[in-house]
Structure formats: structure tokens, C-alpha cells
Design a protein around this ligand. Structure first.
Ligand code: ZN
Ligand code: ZN
Length: 332
């Protein structure tokens, strides 16, 4: 069943903006798609026309080939059909946006994925007060409180320096998390070369082409075991336990994800050094954001909605969950 707002509808395959005849982050090919960011559960190939930031369009081209895309800069305002639309930073990954829409005096904001913490690879989240706020809730439980990323990076560096004969292998999503970890390491003065799995090469180059400085990076395929000892190696989470990692010098297995708060998740991946570094808002960031935007209504996506819905009700805000299909943890 579609959830109906005054002019915006939620369907399993996405959010439909009726007066603009446009879909937000649709999971099926649509004639007109507005895409918040490049992660696979939000950006898909095959749309007739895509409106997104230049960074998101570039990411989509790396993943899906040429797009019939229309770039929209942050804070540029467009009129589509009967809707004024603009994209503002969401602080999630390079190019990530909230979509702000106005129609007949009502303002609706779709958050996409977001966080409120500083991230050296993207612009910070811009709060836009609104009537209806459609928020993600990946970590929508009070148990999720992410520590400061700097303290997690310290633990990573301590472990690296503790045994120079080994490497530390960090599992991190290829889009966003990997580049953020690299930048956070650089900010803490770690200037040594960082080795990367080949699957990350194109996105690393893309980030650099948008001015994100990643320092000296080396492809693991061109390195010997000995060369990589005492260094950090970054790979996609799926490569942590596969044959590929046998070429590394006795790796300490680490993973950077909000889910590393849950011990069982770390054990499932044989992670020795869990790093709780997330690109999503934790419980405090979600509730702080809703307080700040003061919407009359909140719609919640991405799984763990119940607790946040309850929190909204106790704060006199109408809330409901949206059952969108295909939103996954690609990017936690
Ligand atoms: Zn995402
Ligand atoms: Zn998502």
C-alpha cells in the first residue's frame, strides 16, 4: 500500500513526487529519477533521466556506464513540473544530498543517508527546517552511539605500530568509507603509503579528481609481501576473508563499520580489530536532527524504525515507517 502525503507518495520501489512526475532513489528503472547519492541501494542504472550532483553522476558512470544525467549543484534551485527542488549536503559520502522540495507552501525534505559528524571527504549536513522529514534510521536504536572516529583511528595506528612484521587489513566499503579512512589517517599524520585492493582503484581516482587528497596509494597487485609489512591495506569487506588476502603479510583483520558495535557481526567476519566508524547518523544524531528541523511529520526508512517512531510520538511528532524495498547495508 502506498503511503500518501498531500503530494508525495511512498511505494515499495521508491518515493514518488507527483507534481514533478519524478522518483527519488527508485529501485526500478524510471523515466525521471532524482538520486541522493551513489551507493547501490539508492543509485541504480537504467533510468531515463537522472538529476543528481556532479559527484553522484560521476560515481554512477563509474558503476553503470554513461548516464543521461542532469547535474545539479548544491543549492541550485530548479523548478520541475510544479515543484521547486534543490539538493543540499547530507554529510554521508562525496556528493551525497538531501532533496528539498517545495510545493504549494509545503516543504518536504528527503534525507537520503546522512550523518552529522565531520568527514574530510564531503561537505557537512545542512539542516533545513521542514513540514515533513523523510529520514533514514539505519542505526535507529538507542544502543547505537558511535564513538569519535579519531579515537578509532588511534586504535588502528596503535595496532599497526605494535608489530611491524604484520600489516593491518581494513575492510571498508569501496565508495566513501575507504576514502574517509584514508583521509582520517592522513589527518592524524600517517603519511606512509597505503595499499589498496584493485576493486577500489576507480573510486579512489574519482575522489582525487574532485579534489580529495588521498596521499600515496599503492595497488596490492604490484607489491610483495615484504613491502606491505608494517603498512595499512584497505579492501572491500567481501575480500577480508577470501583467497586474495593470503598474499598479505600475516594480516591483522580490521573492519570499519557502525555494525562493529555488535560483537556478533565482528565475529561473523573474523574481525580481530573492530572499528566503529559509520557514515550514518547514530541514535543521538537522528533525534538531534529531528529536534532541530522540527517537522510536523516524520517518515522513516531503512529498517529499524520502531524506536524512532516511538521517540517521535513521545515528542508530539506524527511518525510512520515506509516499506521501501532494496535498501541494504551497502554503506554502513
Ligand atoms: Zn549510503
Ligand atoms: Zn542507504
Amino acid at each position: 500500500m502506498a503511503r500518501l502525503g498531500s503530494w508525495i507518495e511512498s511505494h515499495p520501489e521508491g518515493i514518488y513526487v507527483r507534481p514533478a512526475d519524478a522518483w527519488i532513489d527508485p529501485s526500478q528503472p524510471k523515466p525521471r529519477a532524482w538520486v541522493t547519492h551513489g551507493h547501490g541501494d539508492h543509485a541504480r542504472g537504467g533510468h531515463g533521466a537522472v538529476l543528481a550532483t556532479p559527484e553522484t553522476l560521476a560515481i554512477m558512470e563509474v558503476r553503470y556506464g554513461p548516464q543521461s544525467g542532469q547535474p545539479i549543484a548544491y543549492d541550485e534551485s530548479l523548478r520541475v513540473g510544479d515543484v521547486d527542488v534543490r539538493f543540499v549536503p547530507a554529510g554521508h559520502v562525496l556528493g551525497s544530498s538531501q532533496i528539498v522540495m517545495e510545493h504549494k507552501g509545503e516543504r518536504i525534505v528527503v534525507s537520503g543517508d546522512y550523518k552529522r559528524r565531520a568527514d574530510p571527504t564531503c561537505l557537512p549536513f545542512v539542516p533545513v527546517p521542514c513540514d515533513i522529514f523523510i529520514t533514514e534510521a539505519t542505526f535507529g536504536l538507542p544502543v547505537f552511539r558511535h564513538p569519535d572516529a579519531g579515537s578509532e583511528i588511534d586504535r588502528l595506528l596503535q595496532r599497526l605500530h605494535a608489530d611491524p612484521s604484520r600489516c593491518v587489513l581494513v575492510g571498508a566499503y569501496a565508495l566513501g568509507k575507504a576514502q574517509r579512512i584514508i583521509c582520517e589517517l592522513r589527518e592524524q599524520g600517517h603519511e606512509a603509503p597505503i595499499y589498496f585492493h584493485g576493486a577500489m582503484e576507480r573510486l579512489n581516482l574519482l575522489y582525487e579528481s574532485f579534489g580529495i587528497r588521498l596521499g600515496e596509494l599503492r595497488h596490492t597487485g604490484n607489491a610483495t609481501k615484504q613491502e606491505m609489512a608494517g603498512h595499512i591495506v584497505i579492501c572491500p569487506p567481501g575480500a577480508l576473508n577470501d583467497r586474495w588476502s593470503r598474499r598479505l603479510p600475516d594480516p591483522v583483520t580490521a573492519m570499519a563499520s557502525g555494525w562493529m558495535r555488535i560483537r556478533q557481526r565482528a565475529r561473523q567476519r573474523n574481525v580481530e580489530l573492530p572499528l566503529v566508524i559509520s557514515d550514518h547518523a547514530d541514535w543521538d544524531e537522528l533525534t538531534m536532527t529531528i529536534r532541530e528541523l522540527a517537522p510536523t511529520e516524520v517518515w522513516i526508512t531503512h529498517g529499524r524504525e520502531e524506536a524512532l517512531k516511538h521517540w517521535c510520538m513521545t515528542h508530539q511528532i506524527k511518525a510512520c515507517e515506509l516499506n521501501l524495498v532494496g535498501y541494504e547495508d551497502e554503506d554502513d
